[in-house]
Design a protein around this ligand. Structure first.
Ligand code: PLP
Ligand code: COI
Length: 338
């Protein structure tokens, strides 16, 4: 195997195995192991026509002790269950989700990047409606599959500030739509605006609330946070995906003696933040140096364009320190696999 662990990006790499479980006749079957990267289904499967699909993202980390660590994957199981309820997929029981994650990680152990490379094993659970329907109705058969791949940073620069652009031309999710759950349609809706951002040289898009365009929503495939007056502030809205990383950062910020506020964040408040960033499993913490709001003729700059601010850096070091097992896991977030 010839993987340049230190220079991995966020892309598909073939690994040895994936795990699959079928829901038929009203119940889940056994976990099956496959080495094929392909799946076969009826051409009328609801995931293909009506977007009846949900996915998750989590990571496995290798510690200095060489042991494998998983971060808060019970929360991914819970979120996938909420996504299933939201679009009428069969719910994957938490115990099945956890067993499948552990199994696929063990089976692909040789792809878990060595400690110190900054890389990790990305775990991608996927739940799809495979039963055919041509009317708009939920499937009666489902497939739960998990595949994995070693990854580096989602945003090319890693822990270096990026620039993002505000868009008012596209929305990711409707006010009472599916933004709060992790379903494919939200990502399909984001493709044009993210492509426009890339084409203009930005890392991603910062969405405003779909109804009034007054409040900050999400930042590409990540939540948004801002820091001012020793306070960690993150937007609250029905159309934001509740990020497990963000939830963890709120706890860490509080533990560092900061105040934490989760509330609607007006776009004008960007003027007041000392540091801002995006956070998520893939994005980890990505500091933001510049936010361009072309339609409002505004450019917001945050600190040094080459380096993250001091609080963002401290939060980042604490978070990855816990994930890789370098610092004490006093919140009980990490599961060390045997
Ligand atoms: N927001 C969106 C739209 C995402 O796709 C993700 C990634 O999962 C996140 C936020 C971050 O969530 P988490 O920290 O649970 O990975
Ligand atoms: C993750 O952070 O795990 C995500 O799911 C983001 C993804 C859309 C790349």
């Amino acid at each position: 195997m010839n993987i340049d662990w230190k220079n991995l990006g966020f892309g598909i790499t073939k690994t040895d195995y994936n795990v699959r479980c079928y829901y038929r006749d009203g119940k889940w079957g056994e976990i099956e192991v496959s080495s094929s990267e392909e799946i076969t289904m009826h051409m009328g499967a609801t995931c293909l026509h009506y977007g009846q699909e949900s996915f998750e993202g989590l990571k496995a980390y290798r510690g200095t002790d060489n042991r494998i660590r998983l971060f808060r994957y019970d929360e991914n199981a819970k979120r996938m269950a909420r996504s299933a309820q939201g679009i009428l997929l069969a719910e994957v029981p938490e115990s099945l989700f956890q067993e499948a994650v552990e199994k696929v990680v063990h089976l692909n152990e040789r792809f878990i990047p060595p400690h110190g490379t900054g890389a990790s094993l990305y775990v991608r659970p996927l739940l799809i409606g495979t039963g055919p329907q041509v009317g708009v109705k939920p499937a009666n058969e489902f497939l739960f599959i998990i595949f994995v791949m070693p990854v580096g940073p989602y945003f090319k620069a890693g822990f270096k500030p990026v620039d993002v652009m505000i868009t008012r031309k596209h929305d990711r999710a409707a006010p009472l739509g599916t933004g709060h759950i992790k379903v494919g349609g939200n990502y399909a809706a984001s493709l044009t605006s993210v492509a426009e951002a890339h084409q203009k040289g930005f890392a991603t898009t910062l969405y405003l609330d779909a109804k009034e365009k007054k409040f900050i929503d999400e930042c590409g495939p990540a939540n948004f946070f801002g820091i001012k007056d020793n306070t960690y502030i993150t937007p609250e809205s029905h159309s934001i995906l509740p990020s497990i990383t963000n939830m963890s950062l709120m706890t860490l910020a509080e533990d560092m003696g900061m105040k934490v506020e989760k509330r609607p964040v007006p776009v004008e408040e960007l003027e007041e933040f000392e540091e801002v960033g995006a956070c998520g499993t893939a994005a980890v913490i990505t500091p933001i140096a510049k936010i361009v709001d072309a339609e409002a003729d505004k450019i917001h700059l945050f600190g040094d364009s080459n380096n993250a601010g001091p609080i963002t850096t401290k939060l980042y070091e604490r978070l990855i320190g816990i994930q890789y097992g370098d610092i004490e896991d006093k919140f009980g977030w990490v599961t060390v696999l045997d």
